[in-house]
Design a binder for this molecule. Structure first.
Ligand code: SF4
Length: 155
């Protein structure tokens, strides 16, 4: 499940620790090594995703999600039922870019434009899903993806 996503999130937790990371590179000519310092602020500029403050990896993956999402409506008006959610592993949940590269997802499809997505309510950058447990980034994806238009036409 979400191997690359989890890796990226862990990386960002480290990046948020305040450390300055030195990337050593071998420069030609004199054969010496010279480090290039990258501040955590620069790294966070490049990677905006990290676990919400105070949320463990387990909570992020399995929930519970914050109360406002628990029984919220998705953007196609499907009500979330916390008693019948699927696990992320069940639905090949992963970053949308990875799913596209793996030939699983149609380009441009992601949680953010899925009928089941419940957009960010509390300002932490993550939403939830009416079908899948845990926190959901709009740039994630799973095999249940359905367009909002299709879902609305069916209802
Ligand atoms: S793609 Fe999957 S996890 Fe994402 S919102 Fe849709 S159903 Fe939920």
């Amino acid at each position: 499940m979400t191997v690359s996503g989890r890796t990226r999130r862990r990386f960002l937790q480290l990046a948020g620790s305040g450390a300055v990371i030195t990337i050593a590179g071998c420069l030609g000519g004199g054969g010496g090594q010279q480090g290039t310092e990258t501040t955590t602020e620069e790294m966070e500029d490049e990677h905006e995703e990290e676990l919400p403050e105070g949320v463990s990896e387990e909570e992020f993956e399995r929930g519970p999600v914050p109360e406002p999402y628990r029984m919220a409506l998705s953007q196609a008006n499907e009500q979330r039922d916390p008693e019948i959610l699927l696990s992320k592993a069940d639905v090949q949940f992963q970053e949308a870019d990875d799913a596209f590269e793996a030939g699983l997802a149609v380009e441009g499809t992601n949680c953010g434009n899925c009928a089941e997505y419940i957009p960010d309510i509390n300002g932490d950058g993550f939403g939830a899903c009416a079908k899948v447990e845990g926190y959901v980034d709009p740039e994630d994806w799973c095999v249940l993806w359905e367009s909002i238009e299709e879902a609305e036409a069916e209802s």
